[in-house]
Design a protein. Structure first.
Length: 202
């Protein structure tokens, strides 16, 4: 397991964010009780996959760092739509163990596990694309190994605009202009390696 400092440095480097931003996001998450707490030196907290998810999501999407905890809670509330089947497990067996209707942060944490790393990194052709969109909150995960592809989306349930009305009594439409945050297998592998304590995929 990685220390907070190691995880912060890795997330900042792979995403191209200032380390000061990621450090501050971690501080706000820790104060909110969202990430694992610990002391200093040998007693420092050991970061988990869920800690890494919280840090990535907050560092990427919080407009103001003091909103880091709120940003993470927003994304953790996204779930699979009722009409969407669970992951098959063919492209990533650990994802196939998640129940239908699981949340986005569960799926992302599973992608960062050592079991997922061992399976996905074994095929150099595998591509992973994680996308977060707002203000109409939507997250997607696409895994494209050689010879196949799986795609799942995660939404707010129930959709907040489904029963909203305008001043004229018309059904309100979701915002059409989306702000998107995208990262790939480069981030997934780098963070998973950091958490595992390994130095390389080999």
């Amino acid at each position: 397991m990685a220390s907070p400092g190691e995880l912060i440095a890795t997330v900042a480097a792979v995403l191209g964010l200032p380390e000061s931003r990621v450090f501050s996001a971690h501080r706000y998450l820790r104060e909110a009780g969202i990430v694992t707490k610990g002391g200093r030196g040998n007693s420092a907290a050991k970061m988990t996959e869920r800690d890494a998810v919280a840090l990535i999501v907050a560092a990427v999407s919080a407009h103001e760092l003091k909103e880091s905890a709120a940003a993470f809670r927003e994304w953790s509330g996204l779930v699979q739509p009722h009409d969407q089947r669970a992951w098959s497990g063919e492209t990533c067996p650990p994802l196939g163990l998640l129940p239908r209707g699981h949340c986005f942060t569960d799926a992302l944490a599973t992608l960062l596990s050592t079991d997922s790393l061992d399976f996905l990194a074994g095929d150099a052709a595998t591509q992973i694309r994680v996308q977060l969109g707002r203000p109409r909150l939507l997250a997607t995960i696409r895994i494209s190994p050689k010879g196949g592809e799986e795609f799942r989306e995660y939404v707010v349930d129930p959709l907040p605009w489904s029963r909203a009305k305008t001043g004229r009594g018309l059904t309100a439409m979701p915002p059409d202009l989306q702000e998107l945050y995208v990262f790939t297998e480069q981030t997934i592998y780098a963070v998973a390696l950091c958490l595992s304590g390994r130095e390389s995929l080999c």
